[in-house]
Design a protein around this ligand. Structure first.
Ligand code: TPP
Ligand code: MG
Length: 615
């Protein structure tokens, strides 16, 4: 056997450079790059190794480990899980800064390779700088925090362990059902240790994301249920995108006359103006989609985790006889709430179902009911997104302006605050992937870093990040990275002077405004945060606009700017779109000295009666 003597870190760098993916008859490197913030624990080992392969596998420097991992996740999501990135950090805080990002990738089922540095395997210099020292367990380091949020975790204490570990890592990262974050925790002395690796370990490997077909028996059961349905409804989740199944879903819906609704992850599966697209479903759904959901007797849940925002905390589907069919590549999701499972890839399974359904269609009056309701919805949406000369525009009006200034293939990016709900209801997506909202973990601070990852995955497209003042303040440092890398973003900051959506939620649960908007906090003086100057200090072109018309002019100009542009607008913290939507289960105190809370509790108890638990 031919061998090559390399350090463990060099072996990782060479192995990662040799991994390719075949997609659309094109073979590309599966890793679009490695994000790195060096410190002790990776600079000497991984740093040296990445330098050697820099022509094949680019290294990018970020400003915050969580941010760079968000960028990596967004890159993978925007590449429909066909391509991904790795992240390497120092030990201790550099490593644990990525735990939140690991959780985000875990929830969203997105591939992410984390390579945090770890303490010395030989323990000779212990305790090293940043080592936590567990009193009762010598095997625990700070990196054990990654275990519950990794699909596969391994600690590498000998250089040869990387051979099975990297194979296992690749299997998880490319498995459509198990896909998620992988953490290989790299002890710093082991990174620098040499081993005679087999040459075959570094041979080019071409991966292909497999498309499992449904089991014949499961198909038979699902078919029988579907053929009996009078009011079938499709929920399109993120799995539709990861399976690149938009076209298949569109022809399936058309051929069998079944209306389609979209989750946050699934939005843009069908063009917004497709006659069978009823828009967003659930807590932030359109009135049309939710009306059909209330009546549907058969719900075909495609590639969705059926999160509470989709199911209206399980109070949305009111037909007593309704059944679910769960089309999902992951059995865990396919069987939720007594769903008849169709475990398989969305594209393959829909094709199988369609072939067996032959000429079967849902009764035409059913989608027609939705189409009338959808027209009413469009009228309501047009009203709230139109420009009016109010002192402070609403989020919806800002969305209207961004929409009017975007082209069909622009990509809008968002994650937390009031905006995701407004975007889910109101954004008109025309092309698959043009809507990128991280709402599995809804992590404040994802927006700008995520936008950077989306832009690296789509260099020819306009990427517009919409972000609240709260999220901006939580993490904005990757603005500087976007300037550094020449990855041009347009970032619209909606400054409503605080946590607007949580203040509304607080009021909605009977509470007075407390600790959300800046004016309701413990304070000596209210800060007048100058987002424009702040963004300029990070290297962006920035402006503050006063009206929706000015915003549209600034957005138009931003497209001609050669670097990241930040546009700030003051908005109204109290207004959100009333049309559409659904109850959401947020627990209200059972006892309180506040009579408003008591009455909110009464309403809450009434609402809970609508919930169908486990059924
Ligand atoms: C990391 C993180 N911390 C806390 C939350 C809970 N949370 C959700 S939205 C929000 C406020 C967001 O404020 P901002 O970005 O200004 O948006 P707005 O609500 O004003 O629209 C908070 C605190 C979260 N989603 N993520
Ligand atoms: Mg805000």
């Amino acid at each position: 056997m031919k061998t090559i003597r390399l350090t463990m870190a060099q072996a990782i760098a060479n192995f990662l450079s040799a991994q390719k993916i075949e997609n659309d008859n094109k073979v590309e490197p599966i890793f679009g790059g490695v994000w790195a913030i060096f410190g002790h624990g990776n600079v000497a080992g991984m740093g040296e190794a990445l330098y050697q392969v820099r022509d094949k596998l680019p290294t990018y420097r970020a400003h915050n480990e969580q941010g760079m991992a968000h960028a990596a996740i967004a890159y993978a999501k925007s590449s429909q899980r066909q391509r991904m990135m790795a992240c390497t950090t120092s030990i201790g805080p550099g490593a644990t800064n990525m735990v939140t990002a690991a959780a985000l990738a875990h929830v969203n089922r997105l591939p992410l390779l984390l390579l945090p540095g770890d303490v010395f395997a030989n323990r000779n210099p212990d305790p090293v700088l940043q080592q936590i020292e567990n009193f009762g367990d010598g095997t625990i380091s700070a990196n054990d925090c990654f275990k519950p949020v990794s699909r596969y975790f391994d600690r590498i204490t000998r250089p040869e362990q990387i051979i099975p570990a990297l194979n296992r890592a690749m299997n998880v990262l490319t498995d459509p059902a198990d896909c998620g974050p992988v953490t290989l925790s790299l002890c710093q002395d082991t990174q620098a240790e040499a081993y005679d690796y087999p040459e075959s370990f570094f041979e080019e490997k071409i991966w292909h994301i497999r498309r499992p077909a449904a089991d014949p028996k499961e198909l038979e059961v699902a078919l029988a249920a579907l053929k009996e349905a009078q009011k079938p409804l499709i929920i399109a989740g993120g799995g539709v995108h990861y399976s690149q199944a938009s076209d298949t879903l569109q022809s399936f819906a058309k051929k069998h006359n079944i209306p389609v609704t979209e989750t946050q992850g699934g939005k843009s599966a069908l063009p917004h103006d497709h006659p069978l697209n009823m828009g967003a479903i659930g807590v932030t759904g359109t009135s049309a989609a939710n009306k059909l959901a209330e009546e549907a007797d058969l719900i075909l849940a495609v590639g969705t985790r059926l999160q509470d925002f989709t199911t209206g905390s399980w109070a949305l589907f009111k037909n007593p006889d309704r059944r679910f069919i769960g089309i999902n590549v992951q059995n865990f999701d396919a069987t939720k709430h007594r769903s008849l499972p169709l475990v398989g890839d969305a594209q393959s399974t829909l094709q199988q179902l369609s072939a067996k359904l032959e000429g079967w269609t849902a009764p035409s009056k059913w989608p027609a009911l939705g189409q009338d309701a959808y027209q009413n919805w469009v009228n309501a949406a047009n009203k709230v997104t139109a420009s009016t000369p109010d002192l402070y525009p609403s989020d919806a009006q800002v969305i209207g302006a961004v929409q009017r200034q975007s082209s069909k293939d622009s990509i809008v990016v968002c994650a937390a605050g009031g905006l995701p709900g407004e975007l889910h209801k109101l954004w008109q997506a025309s092309m698959p992937g043009s809507y990128h909202v991280e709402y599995g973990y809804s992590c404040m601070g994802y927006e700008i870093a995520g936008g950077l990852g989306v832009k690296i995955a789509n260099p020819d497209k306009e990427v517009v990040v919409m972000v609240g003042d709260g999220s901006y303040l939580m993490m904005n440092s990757e603005i500087a990275t976007s300037v550094l890398l020449g990855q041009r973003l347009t970032i619209v900051v909606l400054d409503n002077r605080g946590y607007g959506c949580i203040n509304r939620l607080q009021r909605g649960t009977g509470n007075p405004s407390f600790n959300n908007l800046l004016e309701h906090t413990n304070h000596q003086s209210l800060p007048d945060i100058d987002f424009k100057t702040h963004a300029e200090s990070l290297g962006a072109i920035a402006s503050k606009v006063g009206t929706i018309d000015e915003l549209e002019t600034a957005l138009e100009q931003a497209q001609n700017n050669d670097k990241t542009t930040v546009i700030v607008i003051d908005t109204d913290p109290l207004t959100s779109t009333e049309a559409g939507g659904h109850w959401w289960d947020v627990a209200v105190p059972e006892v309180s000295s506040d009579k408003n809370v008591n009455s909110a509790r009464e309403n809450y108890e009434t609402a809970l009666k609508q919930q169908r638990i486990g059924d």
